[in-house]
Each structure stands twice: as C-alpha cells, then as structure tokens.
Design a binder for this molecule. Structure first.
Ligand SMILES: Cc1cc2nc3c(=O)[nH]c(=O)nc-3n(C[C@H](O)[C@H](O)[C@H](O)COP(=O)(O)OP(=O)(O)OC[C@H]3O[C@@H](n4cnc5c(N)ncnc54)[C@H](O)[C@@H]3O)c2cc1C
Length: 379
C-alpha cells in the first residue's frame, strides 16, 4: 500500500522540493567539503515548518505523523538532496522523540522547542568505542550524587556531535554492562564533557560525526528522561522510527539513482546508438526500477502499520534490510552505467554510492536486523 496522497501531502512535497531547490542544491557541494551543514539551514527549515514535521504542535512541532516525515525524507532525496543531508539536518528525529514521549515540561521547554525552532541542535549517543550493536552492554556510567549524576565514559560515531548543543545520552545507572540503562540530556560546555575530533568518513560528508568523552561530568537529575532504568525500553521503542527513516533513505536513494541512470542512458551514445536502446541496458534499468519500487511499497506498508500502532518490530527490520539491499544493488548499477563519469565527484551518483554504504550499518546493522527477524520466526 502506498502512503495515501492527500492535497496536504502534495503541498508538503512541493514545499520540500522548493526548499531543496532553493536552500540546498546551490550549497550542498560546499557543505560536503566543509564537513557540516550551517546552523542557519536549521532555522530556515524550521521557519517554513519542515523541521518540525512529525512532531506535535503542542511541543513546537509542525504536526503530521510518521508517514509525513517519510514523505519529506523521500522528497528531499528525490529532489537531489542526500541521505547525508537528512542525517545532519534531521538528527533531532533521533535525539528528541524520547523527550517528547516523556512529556517532561522542563525538557520540552529547554531542548525540544528550541531544537524544533532551529535554534538548538541535538544528538543521540548510544554507540561506544567497545561496540554499538550490543546496546545492553553500554559501559558509560552515571552514578547518583544528590541531585546530580556523575557521568564517566565515551561515545563514538555520533551524528551532529561536533555541532550539537546537547546530547541525549544512553548511560548505565548500575554497573557497566548491566543493561540498566537511562537516558540523560547532557549539555555541551559542562566541565568534563569533551567533544573529540571530527571523524572523516567514506560518505555522509556534509554530516559531522564526533567522538565524545565524559570525565566526572555532573548532570542534573532533572535532565534524566523518564524514570531511572527505563532507557533500554525507550531506545528500543524509538528504533522503529529511525529504522524506517533509514529504509526510506535507502529506497529514495535507489529511486533517485534510477532516474539519474535512465537520463544518462538516454543521452549517452556508444557505438552509434543511445545506451538505452540496448536490451542489456534496458533490462538493467528495469531491474533497478523494480527493486526500488518494491522496496518503497514494502516500506510504506510497514510504516502505515507502525503509524496505526501495530507491533511490527520484525517487519520494520525486514523493511530496512529489503530497502538497503535494493539501494546497494541500484547505486552500484547506476554508477556502472555512468562509466568513468560515475566515478567522478562531479557525478551525483558518486555521492549516493558513498552515502548508501552506511544505511546497512546505522540504526542497527543488517546482521542485527536478521537476528530480530530470526527471533520473530521463533528461531
Ligand atoms: C556515519 C555514522 C553515523 C552514526 N551515527 C550514530 C549516532 O548518531 N548515534 C549513535 O549512537 N551511533 C551512531 N552510529 C553508530 C552505529 O549505530 C553503529 O556503528 C552500529 O550500530 C554498529 O555498531 P558497531 O560499529 O560498534 O559494530 P559492532 O557492534 O562492533 O559490529 C561489528 C560487525 O559485527 C556484526 N555483528 C555484531 N553482533 C553480531 C551478532 N550477534 N551476530 C552476527 N553479527 C554481528 C555487525 O553486524 C557488524 O557487521 C553511527 C555510525 C556511523 C558510521
């Protein structure tokens, strides 16, 4: 089932497309070289109501639901944006939902509203140098000391961590690796909180990625999200949205690459004929298109079920793997069809090829999705 296209959603697509054309495309190459997107982009996106899509108006969002967020993600990439841009500009999509769900007025006022207004940037820090897949094994610890927690540990690969004003941080509130997790909002500037070097990556160049270190960082207890030891559940509940976003980035990247490759194969002639006139090429494009469309339909179907409140953890994992597999196939084929030009920085497919590689790693790897699927099969 494809997400129902209402007049409001058509308007949302147009708004998104206009935003990308005017505010992103002229500058994206510069941001890729700079390693980050400017703060002003967050404010611009907030002013037109794009940043807050999927968040209720009562917390400063623009309203809409998961399906609207998916449409925005899809349209950004199909208009020539990138998954790296989405990672950078929409990091709040993973940093804020736990706070919104907690309905803690203090946290909503101090962090959620300013972030959705584009004046603050937030990150989510779960992964540690010792490992990311094993969330229960987190070793960054928070020891209670009066009305503060004292936090010690390290996080790595944190999206927007260089620019973030605060970090929604998974900490262990018992002994390291105990699985008793809580989420603390840790502000930049607190003594003992250090943001390390900017990590250099294969793709997602416009999205800054950081290492974070915490040495005896005193965090007020009021910055805890929800009751103590409910962090693991909170993280797992929000994974569905993150995984569907990554799945959307995957099929939308595939769709964009099908469009780019089709245009290229129509325009490019070899041995006196357009590439698109060769049966081998036509069939390759047909296969790329089929895989991208099938992934899109399946992701939409699962997203509809998540939005309806169905418990579809296994299906979310399958949707991510299906979309990532389609994307991997398509970006590789699209680059190949472009020949030497596909390997150059000037070619948009070159960026998608690099950006796509993270989609099967972030938000839970393909192997971890397979573990979830196997459990869902009763194995
Ligand atoms: C660009 C980028 C941005 C990121 N952004 C963030 C962010 O904002 N916040 C955050 O918290 N994290 C972020 N991450 C981290 C990401 O979520 C982790 O890299 C991912 O979860 C995998 O963890 P890991 O790298 O520690 O790999 P590991 O957990 O060490 O796994 C290594 C390999 O072993 C496989 N593996 C692990 N366990 C099993 C098993 N039981 N069975 C079979 N295979 C297994 C994995 O699939 C993987 O292939 C980001 C990473 C990157 C590269």
């Amino acid at each position: 089932m494809t997400i129902v296209d209402t007049p409001e959603r058509r308007q949302l697509r147009e708004l998104t497309r206009a935003f990308v054309t005017k505010e992103v495309l002229p500058y994206l190459d510069d941001w890729e070289r700079a390693g980050e997107v400017p703060r002003s982009l967050h404010e611009t996106a907030a002013k037109i109501g794009l940043l807050g899509i999927g968040f209720p108006e009562s917390v400063g969002g623009s309203g809409g639901d998961l399906l609207d967020s998916i449409l925005v993600t899809e349209e950004i990439i199909r208009s020539g944006g990138s998954s790296g841009l989405i990672a950078a500009l929409f990091t709040h999509g993973i940093a804020l939902p736990h706070m919104v769900a907690s309905r803690d007025d203090g946290l909503l006022e101090r962090y959620v509203r300013p972030t959705l207004a584009g004046t603050m940037i937030g990150s989510l820090a779960i992964t540690e140098p010792d490992g990311g897949s094993d969330v229960a094994g987190i070793r960054t610890c928070a020891r209670r000391d009066g009305d503060h927690y004292v936090v010690n540990g390290a996080k790595t690969y944190i999206t927007s961590g260089i620019r973030a004003d605060f970090v929604t941080t998974a900490v262990c509130t018992d002994f390291p690796g105990s699985g008793s997790l809580s989420l603390l909002v840790i502000e930049k500037g607190l003594p003992g909180f250090t943001v390390g070097r900017r990590l250099e990556k294969l793709g997602w160049h416009c999205s800054d990625t950081a290492e974070l270190s915490f040495v005896d960082v005193r965090v007020p207890v009021t910055n805890r999200i929800g009751p103590e030891d409910t962090g693991f559940l909170a993280i797992m509940q929000q994974f569905a949205t993150e995984r569907l976003s990554l799945a959307t980035q995957a099929y939308a990247t595939a769709q964009r690459c099908v469009e780019l490759a089709t245009r290229w194969c129509r325009d490019r002639s070899t041995f006196g004929r357009p590439l698109a006139s060769r049966q081998l090429v036509r069939h390759r494009l047909a296969e790329m298109h089929t895989r991208a469309e099938a992934a899109r339909e399946y992701v939409h179907d699962v997203a509809e079920r998540v939005a309806a409140g169905e418990p579809v953890v296994t299906e979310v994992a399958m949707a991510k793997n299906v979309a990532v597999a389609a994307c991997d196939f398509v970006v590789d084929a699209a680059l190949q069809l472009h020949g030497g030009f596909g390997y150059l920085r000037d070619a948009e497919v070159e960026r998608h090829y690099r950006d796509a590689r993270i989609l099967g790693i972030g938000g839970g790897t393909t192997e971890i999705m397979n573990e979830i699927i196997a459990k869902g099969m009763g194995l």
